[in-house]
Design a protein around this ligand. Structure first.
Ligand SMILES: [Zn+2]
Length: 676
């Protein structure tokens, strides 16, 4: 509410300033055509300011776009507002409404045209074709998105007449939509692609499609052709970058581009004939509004970016507030159920565990990535799992609180070596916290904190190498066909699912995957991965397979508790005392001693083992869920033998872990006390 008031105040002030110049109507309006453009807004609905300097507008917001359009309409007779794609996805408001709230908001803002970005496909074809496109009051344009019969799904281009001159606007969507959204959305039930983006022939099909659209527009009388494209300038998008499309066609005058989030105020790229074509793109999240100005008489054209624009249109703000109100009530809606409490904490709830240990919520999140992306293995960083989900009904809001960052799910082809290196990197601080501690699915591994980490990192914290002994061992991968775990093959490649931060951006220093082949690129927002997994795969209920707060035992912690002897031989009637030591993080915690068979050997609260009758028993020392064992073999007492094993000499007992003696790296031993 405070934000609303302050923006209202800003609005009133700015409107007051605008009245004399723009609204008094003294200056005659220009006949130049102004095309305002945005791209890759990714659900940045609201205005945002710099955290340090709140007078600086970092994100203009849709009410700002609406205000700027009105401001331009006060100065120019011909003003158009267009979007170059990726508007309906990127935040919870998109996830929850399957993009439809963004269409409502764009309708209110006053858009005239938009092209389909790859993320417009994220909610499935039914949602796009039956809900989102039909409800748009602006015209979607995409010349190269066609159905199985080769028919364009939306209009390919549209023509406006200004001062008697025709200007064509053509839409182009990236063929990367197949991998940068969910591939199955474009397929029939048998996995055959039933949609096309003119992706074939190493770019030539797309160039031909764009060319034939330009030609059709020219034949319909267009003097100028403006492309609204979601192609991007990233070389990884080759052969479908906007620059390649320009270089391989003729007749375009301007390309207003999106997809690579590039900030390009104005650049010229030569077309196939060597004619300069203007290229511009506004970055992302409404950091800027683009402004193309065309003089239809002289053909003069310029593009520029408008930033730090504070004015907001009051009517649009009100409409957006009402849509956000619906969204907020939807946040409280129950979307799923959990039979069990899901946690990021230690079982006793006293401290955060997710950054140093497996938890059931960690397992669930990792399973969601593995399942939703069809991976062999999935990783989720502990730092990316933020909140507990209590047993009972689950609301959207709770899911979003678990994954609030809006990271995007990706699938890469990683080698076994990269995976074990990532585990070594993620476990380097264990048992201390590390935001990059990996919760895993399709994988099991052991960590031994008595082995000092030999991971070498750069001064930026990025992984360089493992220079010596490894603390991670026994890494096993789930064999999907047999349902059993088999040792990881370091030379084999595995389909690894996680999100863009971990796999593409080197997040948490995990840079080993950055050059891996990307099989699925940013296909779904993280909280939607979790929602979809619970709703679709678990049929809406998290069941008792996730009941154990410590997870399903995918991570084994070696040597957190140790005994001074792993085997013991005693004769009946004799005693010996076991000494436990543990990692310093266990200091002061209670130790529990148990025997597997009290008829063979008993153990008391001080670790004193008493041999009862011939046989074998396993003594377990347990501290905070970590255990160590000693196998005791008891033999019948032989007559006149003395002394029996273990019953003489100096023995020590464990009394408490709260002592100072350090053994090796970070280990303490229980206080020793002479028995005899
Ligand atoms: Zn895109």
């Amino acid at each position: 509410m405070r934000k609303f008031l302050s923006t209202m105040l800003a609005l009133v002030m700015t409107l007051a300033l605008l009245v004399p110049s723009a609204w008094a109507g003294t200056a005659p309006k220009s006949n130049d055509v102004v095309v305002l453009y945005t791209n890759d807004v990714h659900c940045q609905v609201d205005q945002a300011t710099d955290a340090k300097d709140t007078s600086k507008i970092t994100n203009i917001g849709y009410a700002g776009v609406a205000a700027y359009k009105k401001e331009m309409q006060a100065q120019y007779n011909n003003v158009l507002l267009v979007d170059a794609g990726d508007h309906s996805q990127g935040g919870p408001i998109g996830t929850l409404s399957k993009g439809s709230y963004l269409i409502d908001i764009m309708n209110e803002t006053g858009y005239d045209y938009a092209t389909l970005g790859n993320h417009e496909f994220d909610y499935g074809m039914d949602q796009l074709l039956k809900v989102n496109i039909p409800k748009a009051t602006f015209q979607y344009l995409s010349c190269n998105f066609s159905d199985a019969s080769g028919n364009a799904v939306t209009k390919a281009y549209d023509i406006k007449t200004y001062n008697g001159v025709k200007v064509a606007f053509i839409g182009i969507s990236t063929p990367e939509s197949f991998t940068k959204s969910t591939p199955t959305y474009f397929q029939d039930k048998n996995g055959n692609y039933i949609y096309s983006f003119a992706e074939g022939n190493n770019g030539q099909d797309l160039y031909n499609k764009v060319q034939s659209t330009i030609d059709a527009a020219k034949a319909a009388g267009a003097t100028y052709v403006v492309a609204i494209s979601h192609l991007g300038t990233d070389p990884a998008s080759s052969p479908w970058t906007s620059k390649e499309v320009i270089a391989n066609t003729t007749g375009l005058n301007v390309v207003l581009d999106g997809h690579s989030h590039s900030t390009i105020a104005s650049e010229t790229v030569n077309d196939k004939n060597g004619t300069a074509v203007l290229l511009s793109s506004t970055g992302t999240k409404l950091a800027a509004i683009g402004k193309l100005t065309m003089n239809t008489t002289t053909g003069a054209m310029t593009t520029e970016l408008v930033t730090d624009y504070a004015t907001q249109d009051a009517v649009t703000m009100e409409e957006i507030a009402s849509i956000e109100g619906q969204f907020n009530s939807q946040l409280k809606q129950v979307v799923a159920h959990s039979d069990v409490a899901l946690t990021v904490m230690t079982p006793d709830g006293s401290s955060r565990a997710i950054r140093s240990a497996e938890t059931n919520l960690g397992d669930l999140c990792a399973d969601a990535y593995r399942s939703e992306l069809g991976a062999d293995i999935a990783f989720v960083n502990g730092g990316g799992i933020r909140d507990n989900i209590p047993a009972g009904d689950i609301t959207y809001e709770q899911i979003i609180k678990v994954h609030p960052f809006g990271n995007m799910a990706c699938l890469v082809e990683a080698t076994g070596q990269q995976i074990v290196d990532a585990l070594e990197m993620s476990s380097r601080a264990y048992p201390n916290e590390n935001g990059g501690f990996l919760q895993v699915s399709g994988l099991k591994y052991s960590i031994d904190p008595t082995v000092a980490s030999t991971v070498k990192t750069s001064d930026k914290g990025a992984f360089i190498s493992v220079d010596g002994a490894r603390r991670v061992s026994d890494v096993q991968v789930l064999d999907k066909t047999t349902g059993t775990y088999v040792p990881i093959d370091l030379t084999k490649t595995y389909k690894l699912a996680s999100h863009n931060y971990m796999l593409k951006s080197g997040g948490d220093g995990l840079n080993m995957f950055m050059n891996d082949k990307v099989l699925l690129d940013e296909v779904k927002i993280d909280n939607q991965v979790l929602i979809d997994y619970i709703k679709d795969t678990l049929n809406g209920t998290v069941g008792t397979e996730y009941a154990n707060l410590n997870g399903q035992g995918r991570i084994t912690y070696l040597n957190m508790v140790m005994l001074d002897q792993s085997t013991l031989a005693l004769t009946v009637g004799k005693t010996a005392t076991l000494t436990a030591s543990g990692h310093e993080s266990l200091l002061g915690m209670a130790i529990t001693w148990t025997s597997s068979d009290d008829k063979v050997a008993t153990v008391d609260a001080s670790g004193v083992v008493t041999a009862v009758s011939a046989g074998t028993a396993v003594i377990t020392a347990s501290v905070n869920g970590f255990t160590a064992t000693c196998t005791v073999t008891v033999t019948a007492a032989a007559a006149n033998s003395s002394p029996a094993t273990g019953d003489s000499g100096s023995v020590v007992i464990y009394t408490a872990l709260a002592v100072s003696a350090l053994l090796g790296t970070g280990f303490v031993v229980g206080k020793k006390k002479e028995l005899f």
